[in-house]
Design a protein around this ligand. Sequence first.
Ligand code: ZN
Length: 326
Amino acid sequence: MAGLSREEFEAAIQAYVGQEIGPRWVAKDTVNEAMIRHYCAAVGDENPAYLDAEAAAASVHGGLVAPPTMLDSWTMPGMDAGWVHADGEPQDKQVELHRLFDANGYTGVVGTNQEQVYHRYLRPGDRLSALIVFDSISEQKATPLGLGYFITTRYTFFDQNQDEVGSMSFRVMKYKPAQEPKPVTEGAVAAAPAKPQRIRPPMGHDNAWWWEAVKAGELRIQRCKSCQTLRHPPRPMCGECRSMEWDSVVASGRGSLHSHTILHHPKFPGFDYPVICALVDLEEGTRLVSNVIDCDPEAVEIGMPLELTFEKVDDEMILPLFRPAK
Ligand SMILES: [Zn+2]
């Protein structure tokens, strides 16, 4: 259904609201200790209720529990699930709806926010299923990325006894990218367009100072004035001693690769793909998300030594990036 008028298009998309996207997603694996351990390692959570069977048994939980924020991970179908049937037909209404957007020019997609509600802790052995319903689709909005619509999907999670254990509201925006490549007209020499800008970070009371330092060519790490613990990303309170007093130190710029992913798609304006998106362990002990540049994606290795570089990524933005250490 391409080339619909705006009224026809909006009527077509609104018809999805209230519908289930398809059969429930049933978790392939029960809640299990290995996945809990990997998740905790990835986010740096050392809560013994998740990791230490003995300590967990002696706690209010009476045994190991899963971090509540893993709620939606148990039923995720995974990259191998395939979003379309062998004949190319959409596997569920979510794919169908996104195709309808694509066919009408709203080809961009970006996740905007999610909220989760937990009714109880999940324990190893629980098997979850998810009922997924289109909750709402907004009216058309003008955004910095382009004209778009917010699609809110509601997930309700059930355990093996069909008791509700939690829910999630997940919102994406489907949009018409604002920076479409300009067609080259025959006989005319098209001027090279300025490189599109990257999306700007939200700057607020708690983090603007960090970006100001970056602009000045310094990678700073927030430090608790009371117990000297370093922390990143910037936030008002020390997680160790709850002091609100802080200053900062300048990072040496030496670090190593904690983990990474290579981004190919979707292609946002302002990035050169593939992007090596990296979690970098600084030698001072904190970790930050950045990009590795001047490196063949094939050559990226966990643990590789990295060094900081400040790069001008568009006409005005400077970012602290990393390259393999010499
Ligand atoms: Zn502190």
